[in-house]
Design a protein around this ligand. Structure first.
Ligand code: 1GP
Length: 257
């Protein structure tokens, strides 16, 4: 067995080490229209988006392969699968977030599904990124909370989030994804991000309900290494450029303090 290295984890780890903040655009293969793809990709290239995360809590149409193919044809932005379930795996992507839902107590999503998919992933060309997934209450019941049958971490309990992240890191997970869920009413607070990022040595991804460049900037200042935005861009694609600028401006500030 060889471990596939497409350079994706290395780029996350370097981001963490050097303080270079990254922007990931979440594409839900069900929601994106293929005829819209060119526009999304052009904007992403221009804005120097760092990653495409591809997936959704519940993907109804079989568009995943088409979506990946059409991105690959048009740009070389890395494509990372963010699967809502074991069916959302495609060899056309570059890497896969191998998510363990450590904020929940649903054994299937902590380890069960992983046992089933591991032998398939072992022979796949995907780089496997073992990632602790922490769902945080975003003020509304999200699809991920319903589908996973788990309770999110209360938004006002940064200590619970911090201890959960710490445990995940001690278990050897390579990255942490703290998510308020797609379309969350309230994105994760600055306090919680600070508390979690202050305790982690591994890259921290933060997403869910981020709608403005200001909030994206606040998140990277609070210690997020990668900021993920999906819903807001589906509603208003023109936000992409401003959010990318806000995230990457933190890099410029580091270079010229
Ligand atoms: C959801 O973190 C992602 O899992 C992105 O959330 O779609 O609300 O931006 P939004």
């Amino acid at each position: 067995m060889t471990t596939i290295d497409n350079g994706i984890y290395k780029s996350f780890a370097e981001a963490k080490q050097t303080g270079q903040k990254k922007f990931a655009v979440l594409i839900d293969p069900d929601k994106v229209r293929l005829d819209n793809m060119q526009q999304v990709i052009d904007q992403a290239k221009e804005a120097q988006v760092d990653y495409f995360f591809i997936g959704g809590s519940l993907v109804v149409n079989n568009m995943l392969d088409h979506c990946l193919e059409s991105i690959k044809k048009k740009c070389d932005i890395p494509m990372v699968l963010f699967p809502g379930n074991s069916f959302q795996i495609s060899y056309k992507a570059d890497a896969l977030l191998f998510l363990s839902l450590i904020s929940g107590r649903n054994a299937e999503l902590l380890i069960g599904k992983h046992v089933i998919t591991a032998p398939y992933l072992r022979v796949s060309p995907l780089e496997i990124l073992s990632t602790g997934y922490m769902l945080v209450d975003g003020g509304v019941s999200t699809t991920v909370s319903y589908m996973s049958n788990t309770q999110p971490i209360p938004a006002n309990k940064p200590d619970v989030a911090m201890c959960t992240a710490l445990a995940g890191q001690m278990l050897g997970l390579k990255m942490m994804y703290m998510d308020a869920g797609s379309g969350a009413q309230n994105p994760i607070s600055k306090d919680m991000i600070e508390s979690v990022s202050g305790t982690l040595d591994i890259p921290l991804i933060v997403g869910g309900g981020i709608r403005t460049p200001e909030k994206a900037f606040e998140n990277v200042q609070a210690g997020a290494d990668v900021v993920v935005v999906g819903n807001a861009l589906e509603k208003d694609p023109s936000l992409l450029k401003d959010i990318a600028q806000a995230i990457h401006s933190a890099n410029a500030q580091r270079a010229n303090p």
